[in-house]
Ligand binder design. Structure first.
Ligand SMILES: Cc1cc2nc3c(=O)[nH]c(=O)nc-3n(C[C@H](O)[C@H](O)[C@H](O)COP(=O)(O)OP(=O)(O)OC[C@H]3O[C@@H](n4cnc5c(N)ncnc54)[C@H](O)[C@@H]3O)c2cc1C
Length: 387
């Protein structure tokens, strides 16, 4: 818990049921969900809506099988996106293009079978495709690949516009939004802004992504840098989100910098090329070495990529937790503070599920999925254990 000293002698602006700090996709989804439950909601962001990792992310709405807990939250969230789909404006660019997990060789085809079994057992459509079908579906992939796994219900959207849509929905339901105001402290139902004004809420939600420890000291979240490149418009050049099976190795590695082939067709006809993961690189600048490695990897799978015109390259920071699961729920250090952070590379997908289970915890409703794996109390136990 923080000391109270910085909170004394400031003007109290108003009282809300919930004050959400951070208007990235997670804060935006929470704002909408709380507002739907007729709670008085305030949202504060130091920048604009969807400016953090949300502006940098790929927007792949993907079901993952890394752990049962990860599966459960990604699948639940994907269903929520599908339900919301008819209401999403064009600008959100939601497209159910499907994912193909690409297998380079026979060994990876074994992984494909295991992955298919895992998904099918849990009612996720999944189709094993052989080399011929892969070439038919994605003619620009190199020859000689073994096949892959097609997950047809995965999709893609444009994250900043999705965040804006969710915030606008929350505002229509009465939520109050303040942008360009950094929060310097949260404690005991109070949110202190950098201009020394204060907002009160019965509940404060820390949804500032990779910077969450700045407002909740002791939180074990590390920024994990990622690079992306976007090309000019080449409609149909790739048709599905294409990811190498080795992607999981890259996402798991806790130490070394890693790159993996991960390419996405945008509704605009552009191609988004990823992805890299780095710990300890806290500057926004593009790292030319990592970028070159990432593009080289992508070209190994799609040789024609090198001839396309890249128009922009950028970086962003994922909020990584030690056990690779997000933190959703009450922070044991302060009964007024709830966390909605730590989503690493899946926060666009899992924003909607996060918001639902956070609100369930507060309203006492029965969550649709087991929530224990995401509770922040697990992190403090681990922390206490490790120190
Ligand atoms: C390269 C890359 C690719 C990715 N690809 C995907 C993908 O394909 N699919 C997927 O599901 N996820 C993906 N992700 C992950 C996803 O982008 C994040 O998990 C998600 O955007 C996190 O959202 P957030 O709202 O928690 O945080 P953010 O989007 O970072 O939002 C935090 C907000 O808090 C504000 N803020 C920060 N500090 C303060 C403060 N002190 N006071 C007030 N406001 C503050 C910021 O201005 C920001 O608006 C990717 C991430 C990266 C980096």
């Amino acid at each position: 818990m923080h000391g109270n000293s910085r909170l004394s002698g400031v003007m109290t602006q108003s009282a809300y049921d919930v004050v959400i700090v951070g208007a990235g996709i997670v804060g935006a989804a929470c704002a909408y969900e709380f507002a739907r439950h007729r709670m008085r909601v305030a949202v504060v962001d130091g920048d604009v809506v969807g400016s953090g990792a949300t502006a940098a992310g790929m927007g792949h709405i993907v079901v993952m099988d890394d752990s049962d807990a990860q599966f459960s939250l990604t699948r639940y969230s994907q269903r929520l996106w599908q339900e919301l789909r008819p209401e999403l404006p064009q600008a959100v660019e939601y497209e159910q293009c499907g994912t193909i997990w690409v297998a380079a060789d026979a060994e990876e085809m074994e992984l494909v079978s295991r992955k298919r079994d895992y998904y099918r057992k849990r009612d996720v459509p999944a189709e094993v495709i052989d080399a011929g079908r892969l070439a038919e579906l994605e003619p620009h992939l190199k020859g000689g690949l073994a096949g892959g796994l097609l997950i047809p219900e995965d999709g893609v959207l444009y994250p900043p516009c999705a965040a804006l849509f969710l915030i606008q929905r929350a505002q229509e339901l009465g939520a109050w939004l303040r942008l360009g105001s950094s929060v310097v402290e949260i404690a005991q139902g109070r949110v202190l802004l950098s201009d020394r004004s204060e907002i009160r809420g019965k509940i404060i939600v820390n949804a500032i992504g990779s910077r969450a420890p700045e407002l909740t000291p002791g939180l074990e979240i590390k920024p994990r840098k990622g690079h992306l490149v976007i090309t000019d418009r080449y409609p149909g050049f790739v048709r599905h989100q294409l990811v190498e099976l080795g992607y999981l190795k890259s996402a798991h590695s806790m130490g070394a910098d890693s790159v993996a082939f991960n390419v996405q067709p945008r509704k605009t006809g552009q191609i988004l090329i990823g992805s890299s993961r780095q710990y300890g690189a806290e500057h926004r600048e593009v790292d030319q070495t990592i970028l070159a490695r990432m593009l080289e990897r992508a070209e190994q799978y799609v040789p024609g990529l090198g001839a396309l015109l890249a128009i922009r390259t950028w970086t962003g920071f994922r909020a990584a937790t030690p056990d690779k699961l997000p933190l959703i729920g009450p922070w044991p250090g302060d009964p007024s503070v709830f966390l909605a952070t730590g989503h690493e590379g899946l926060g666009i997908t899992t924003s909607l599920g996060t918001a639902r289970i956070l609100v369930d915890q507060i309203t006492g409703a029965k969550p649709e999925i087991p929530i224990d794996p995401y509770l922040p109390s697990r992190a403090t136990k681990e922390y206490a254990h490790a120190h």
